[in-house]
Design a protein around this ligand. Structure first.
Ligand code: ZN
Length: 307
C-alpha cells in the first residue's frame, strides 16, 4: 500500500493505559508498539510526560520513546501538560507533542489545577521553548471536553472557538478536537468541526472520539465528512479519562480501520495483523475488558482491504 487516505494514530499506550489500576511493564508496551508498527501503524502516542507520582502508568515514557525511535518511519507522539514535560519530550526525541487544553474550566481545574486560559499561557511557553530548541517537533493543541464534560455538562461551542483562537495565537502547529468523555453526537461534531475550521483552516487536523455511548464511529464519520483525515483510536477500545468517571473506551483501532477500509479509504494498516496484536493486550492485561466488534465477529466473507 503506497498511499494513505486516512491516518490513524494509535493512542492506546497513552490514553488506553493511563486510567488503568495496573502499570503495564515497559517490555509489554514496547512489544505492543512494535507489533502495531509491523501492522502498518505509522503514528503512535506512546506515553505522557507527567510526574510519575501523578501517573505511575506513564513513568517509563522516556524509555518507551527511546525504543520507539528504533522503529523505522514511525512518528512518535507524546502528551505533555506543561513546559517541563514538553522539554523532556523534546529532549527524548518525540516528533509530536500533544498539549491537552480542557475547554471546560471545571475539568481543567480538577485535571491540571489551571484554568483553560492559564493552560493556553503554558502552551505559548511550550511553543516558544520548541522554537528556541530548533527541534522540528510539531505542537498540537488538543481541545479536550470540546463536546461536553462530566462536571460542567454542556460545553458551549463559543467557548471552544475562543480557546481554539487563543491556541492558534500561542503558536501551535495543529489543532485536535477531543470528545474526552463520549458526549458528542454526529450533528454536534459536524457543526463544531466546521466552525473551528472557519478560524483554524488547515491547522484543524484531527479528531479524538471515545465510544462511551456508542457513537464513536458515527462521530468519526461526521468529522471525516468535514474533511478531517486523522483520527486517534486505541487497540481493543482501551481507555478513558481518569477525571471522567466511567468514560471508558476510545474508538477501537480495529473497528475504525475496518470501517474506513470497507469504504475504500486506505489506512496503510493490515487489519488481520492488527487484530492479532490484541493478543499482546490480552496477555499483558489479564482480566481487563477489551472492546471492539470486528475482533469479536470476524471479518466479513470476501472482505478485501482498499487497494
Ligand atoms: Zn481520550
Amino acid at each position: 500500500m503506497s498511499k494513505i487516505d486516512v491516518e490513524i494514530v494509535e493512542v492506546g499506550p497513552r490514553d488506553g493505559l493511563q486510567n488503568l489500576d495496573v502499570v503495564m511493564p515497559t517490555a509489554d508496551k514496547c512489544r505492543w508498539i512494535a507489533a502495531e508498527h509491523a501492522a502498518g501503524v505509522r503514528e503512535i502516542e506512546v506515553g505522557s510526560f507527567v510526574p510519575p507520582k501523578l501517573l505511575p502508568q506513564m513513568a517509563d515514557t522516556g524509555e518507551v520513546v527511546a525504543f520507539a525511535r528504533t522503529l523505522p518511519n514511525l512518528r512518535i507522539a507524546t502528551l505533555a501538560p506543561n513546559l517541563r514535560g514538553a522539554l523532556d519530550a523534546i529532549k527524548g526525541g518525540t516528533h509530536k507533542i500533544g498539549v491537552p487544553i480542557s475547554v471546560s474550566p471545571e475539568h481543567s481545574l480538577s485535571n491540571v489545577r489551571k484554568t483553560p486560559m492559564q493552560m493556553v499561557e503554558e502552551l505559548a511557553k511550550i511553543c516558544k521553548a520548541r522554537d528556541e530548541s530548533g527541534a522540528a517537533v510539531e505542537i498540537e493543541g488538543a481541545l479536550s471536553t470540546a463536546f461536553g464534560c462530566t462536571m460542567a455538562g454542556a460545553v458551549p461551542e463559543d467557548d471552544v472557538l475562543r480557546i481554539a483562537e487563543a491556541c492558534l495565537r500561542a503558536g501551535i502547529d495543529s489543532l485536535a478536537l477531543a470528545d474526552t468523555v463520549g458526549y458528542a453526537n454526529p450533528a454536534q461534531v459536524r457543526s463544531l468541526f466546521e466552525r473551528v475550521r472557519g478560524i483554524a483552516g488547515d491547522k484543524l487536523t484531527s479528531g479524538h472520539f471515545h465510544d462511551t455511548r456508542g457513537l464513536g464511529l458515527a462521530n468519526v464519520m461526521a468529522a471525516l465528512e468535514t474533511g478531517i483525515r486523522s483520527f486517534d483510536a486505541t487497540l481493543g477500545g482501551l481507555g478513558g479519562c481518569p477525571f471522567a468517571p466511567g468514560a471508558t473506551g476510545n474508538v477501537s483501532t480495529e473497528d475504525l480501520v475496518f470501517m474506513l477500509e470497507s469504504m475504500g479509504l486506505r489506512t496503510g494498516i493490515d487489519l488481520a495483523k492488527l487484530i492479532e496484536t490484541r493478543k499482546i493486550l490480552e496477555q499483558a492485561l489479564p482480566g481487563r475488558p477489551l472492546y471492539g466488534s470486528i475482533a469479536r465477529a470476524g471479518l466479513p466473507k470476501g472482505f478485501r482491504q482498499a487497494a
